[in-house]
Design a protein around this ligand. Structure first.
Ligand code: COA
Length: 505
């Protein structure tokens, strides 16, 4: 206990998770640590959920860094405690309740969350629950596998509960770099000009008077296994790498590229994984999540430094990772998401932003969040922070979904996350559409020709040609038909116009 809780005055604050859970009252706004299923509080949320399961009326607004594990998003959704949620989630129970309007969800850019707390846009924050590996002699908090918004919540919440998690190794101490950003009109430039710059402290500055309770737990992060890299993802990765190699040949990128940001999910992991077999070396990563593929790249000698806000290592990899942790420690840094996702830094460093789309339209607009225009998947996450400010903004998607019943290239996106003004390059397993500097009509031809699946190419051209009929159209659409593909899928289970196919036959 002494190595984990080094502040004598705080020893009297140690309590059980059940006791800590009693501090939460109906209607409170609660900020928690956690970004992906890494570094989120576990023991206290489980006990809050138990209170509700035992019949107590308790509804909370939950603000996190990003998605968190099942003990938090799953249990608080299931038990009905979660009434309002910001800024991002990936839990299936939480998602279903959001889509059923049991939870009010405001999907937002991850760089906005910390400043909204600071600006008071969410109202007052009552309690922060923060996971830590240790508390220093002075009462400061050493975070665990993620930082997310913890530093901001610790500063702005009225009270704090710390979960010291003994399953998180003490060796993590030193990997964090906590820097505070002032609010306007006092904000200054963030003094970070290289991916490996260290600009802050190893700990979160904490006023120990605000600590309500300290709970010890050893519940492990519930990180998810990484899905295998299939042929389609490999093709996407190959297409992307070929594109980047060409950028180097054309002198638009240096030989070791620029800092890479990569999104979440199986496709993003495969794309990053593909770099292991590429010619590139001395790469650097400036992203949110450091996942297995980045560790593979470090091990392969391809990546020399990676900066993120969360360390999300798959369960099968975790023991090996920590056994060799000292080999990685000087190549990794975790920052608050206010810094990892800062538009200022993304633009200054010239980040190559690689994120995943659910669907893309023929003009280059991207939907990353809503299935068939209505059903929330996860959220925009940090993709917009990087996409708007990247040196190069790339979106990847398989050209079809649901065994070919859906074309991911559509006449018009059914929900809009990233506009044609931010999207520079589309990559599918079919090929690459480089949209830089193209007019909408040129973009449409490039996207259909290079990225659409052969089964949908003809229908996309048909739509585009019909839309181009008539004069004075810059971004041609047939409004009565622009979302008809989605409508057809909802009615028939396929975007393919089977009637017209059989008539043509
Ligand atoms: N229409 C309908 N459904 C589609 C679709 C489309 N055009 N394209 C994909 N899907 C479905 C898949 O079938 C799959 O469904 P399932 O869960 O029922 O199997 C689901 O969407 C996820 O697709 P998958 O191919 O497994 O991709 P993924 O795991 O790589 O996730 C996103 C893709 C877009 C959902 C994910 O990357 C995301 O949430 N992105 C937004 C946040 C973000 O970009 N953050 C990055 C900065 S951290």
């Amino acid at each position: 206990m002494d190595s984990r809780l080094r502040c004598r005055e705080l020893k009297s604050k140690v309590m059980s998770a059940k006791e800590a859970a009693k501090f939460f009252k109906d209607g409170m706004v609660v900020g928690t640590s956690g970004f992906t299923p890494a570094g989120y509080p576990k023991a206290v949320p489980l006990e809050i959920a138990n209170r509700a399961k035992n019949g107590e009326k308790i509804g909370l607004t939950i603000i996190t860094g990003a998605s968190v594990g099942p003990e938090l998003d799953g249990e608080l959704s299931e038990s009905g405690v979660m009434k309002r949620r910001y800024p991002y989630q990936t839990n299936s129970t939480c998602r279903n309740k959001i889509n059923n309007s049991d939870i009010n969800y405001c999907d937002m850019h991850l760089s906005h969350t910390p400043q909204w707390v600071k600006y008071g846009f969410f109202g007052n924050m009552d309690i922060a629950i923060v996971e830590a590996v240790a508390i220093t002699k002075e009462g400061h908090i050493i975070p665990s596998t993620s930082i997310g918004n913890s530093n901001v919540f610790v500063e702005y919440a009225d009270k704090i509960i710390v979960e010291i998690n003994t399953s998180q190794p003490l060796e993590l101490e030193g990997i964090h770099d906590i820097y505070n950003v002032d609010i306007p009109p006092f904000r200054k430039p963030i003094p970070l000009t290289k991916v490996d710059d260290k600009i802050g402290t190893n700990y979160i500055n904490c006023n120990k008077e605000k600590i309500l309770g300290i709970v010890f737990t050893d519940i492990k992060d519930k990180t998810r296994p990484v899905s295998k890299i299939d042929d389609v993802s490999k093709k996407m990765a190959d297409n992307l790498i070929e594109f980047l190699e060409n950028e180097v040949r054309e002198n638009r990128l240096p030989e070791n590229l620029l800092p890479l940001q990569s999104g979440v999910g199986s496709v993003a992991n495969a794309v990053m994984g593909g770099l292991v077999n590429s010619k590139f070396k001395d790469l650097v990563v400036y992203s949110e999540v450091i996942q297995d593929s980045v560790i593979d790249l470090i091990e392969a000698g391809k990546v020399k430094f990676a900066s993120g806000t969360s360390l999300t290592i798959s369960p099968e990899r975790l023991d090996d990772f920590y056994s060799k942790f000292n080999n990685y420690k000087d190549k990794l840094i975790l920052r608050p998401q206010e810094i990892s996702n800062s538009p200022e830094i993304a633009r200054r460093l010239g980040v190559i932003a690689i994120n995943t789309a659910i669907e893309v339209d023929i003009y280059g607009n991207v939907n990353s969040t809503n299935i068939m225009g209505s059903r929330m998947m996860n959220g925009i996450g940090g993709s917009g922070d990087f996409a708007r400010n990247g040196y190069l903004t790339i979106f990847t998607t398989e050209s079809i979904a649901k065994n070919g019943d859906i074309s991911s290239i559509v006449p018009m996106v059914s929900h809009h996350d990233h506009s044609e003004h931010d999207v520079m390059v589309i990559v599918t397993e079919q090929g690459v559409a480089d949209l830089r500097g193209l007019s909408p009509k040129e973009r449409a031809i490039k996207i259909i020709e290079n990225c659409a699946h052969p089964d949908y190419k003809e229908a996309l051209y048909k739509y585009f040609n019909e839309a181009c009929e008539g004069k004075y159209k810059h971004t041609p659409h047939v409004l009565s038909k622009s979302l008809s593909w989605h409508d057809r899928f909802m009615k028939t289970g396929s975007m393919q116009n089977k009637e017209s196919l059989s008539q043509n036959n």
